[in-house]
Design a protein around this ligand. Structure first.
Ligand code: OSB
Ligand code: MG
Length: 366
């Protein structure tokens, strides 16, 4: 498409409750949005990079730099998505920046064709399984309350954040209170191989998986750990692209991969990774990055792909924000499923007046 207007917008939305992981506690969602306009049609992308490098090395500022200096110059009028992605291959890494641009373009193209994004990608609509990621809580009783709340919604799966010192006893308490719950734990890289005995204690609790126990950049040590654990490992931070997924499969480093489209370079790279995993018999699910309604809508569209067999981290909007920047909130039906929004593109409409209200900074590039 010919892009008549290009805007980068930084929004900041307060979280209903701070989100605590082993690495950092986030009290607000600060996100870089890309707004593309062509002949009056608007497409949106939301970058999952934070202002800080505490989840991944990319930040709002690195994304802005890579976008303006390296990705945007390649975005020539009339270029196809396939050609564009191929032209980006010399740009090493920066999957979050790439995903933001690919997302906005896909949303724009789908809206120009008046089709839902999943249809543009050759996927059929379906209801999406739900899951919730509970941040590290103040105490075990507070955690049990949070899990009980989640089960009343009811979420299909509950993920607990764990860290050194808030692990075995916390998981045990939840498992004893909720014996049939589909339960997993996410350490965000807080352990080292020498902690394997602690992680092996978690084998007693029938977890569906343990996510990213070791370093954010490691695959090899996860493969060593996996060989000594009954519980499947799941990689999140370590998987930046299709090649990382290939390496993880080859090394048997995990039984599951958390595919975040915003981290691996976009929807198309995610579909490739999901297909690779499906072929290898490795389950995948869609993670989340506490996105606003824009990013969350992309995650929902992605999960229509058949490889996404496990419930992901897509939860209700009200859990994150008292007010969102799109017109439709994510809500669970009585059976815990999420209805896919049905409009063109990502299915939801961005409320520009709300975006303006939460805007920290807006840069018009064209
Ligand atoms: O590790 O999966 C993670 C949120 C921000 C950064 C990293 C992670 C998470 C989550 C929450 O677990 C996912 C969500 O609710 O969107
Ligand atoms: Mg994770």
């Amino acid at each position: 498409p010919v892009l008549h207007k290009i805007d980068l917008i930084v929004v900041r939305l307060p979280f209903v409750k701070p989100f605590a992981t082993s690495v950092h506690t986030w009290a607000v969602k600060e996100a870089l949005l890309l707004r593309l306009e062509s002949d009056g049609v608007v497409g949106w992308g939301e970058c999952v990079a934070d202002p800080d490098p505490f989840y991944a090395s990319e930040t709002t500022q690195t994304v802005r730099h890579i976008f303006k200096d390296f990705l945007l110059p390649l975005l020539k009028p009339g270029i196809t998505i396939g050609e564009l992605l191929a032209s980006w291959s010399p740009v090493r890494g920066h999957g979050m920046a790439k995903a933001m641009v690919e997302n906005a373009l896909l949303d724009l193209i789908a809206r120009q064709q008046n089709r839902p994004l999943h249809a543009l990608l050759g996927l059929s609509a379906r209801r999406i399984q739900s899951g919730i990621s509970l941040g590290i809580q103040e105490s075990i009783p507070a955690l049990l309350d949070a899990v009980a709340d989640a089960m009343r919604r009811p979420y299909h799966r509950v993920k607990l954040k764990i860290m050194q010192g808030k692990d075995v006893a916390w998981v045990r308490a939840v498992r004893e209170a909720f014996p049939d719950l589909c339960l997993m734990a996410d350490a965000n890289g807080d352990y080292r191989l020498e902690h394997a005995p602690i992680l092996r204690e978690l084998d007693a609790f029938n977890l569906t998986m343990i996510e990213q126990p070791l370093s954010y950049s490691d695959i090899v040590q996860h493969s060593v750990l996996q060989a000594s654990l009954a519980t499947p490992l799941c990689l999140d931070e370590s998987i930046h692209d299709l090649d990382d997924a290939r390496s993880a499969l080859a090394l048997k480093a995990c039984g599951v991969i958390n595919i975040k489209q915003g981290r691996v370079g976009g929807m198309i790279e995610s579909l490739r990774a999901a297909a690779l995993c499906q072929h290898a018999g490795v389950d995948v699910w869609s993670g989340g990055m506490d996105e606003t309604g824009i990013g969350r809508a992309f995650n929902l569209q992605l999960q229509t792909a058949s490889g996404f067999t496990l419930p992901g981290d897509t939860s209700e909007t009200t859990r994150y924000f008292s007010e969102d920047i799109v017109d439709q909130a994510v809500v669970l039906a009585d059976d815990g499923f999420i209805a896919l929004p049905e409009g063109p593109g990502i299915g939801v409409t961005v409320l520009e007046e709300r975006v303006a209200r939460y805007t920290l900074e807006r840069e018009s590039i064209r």
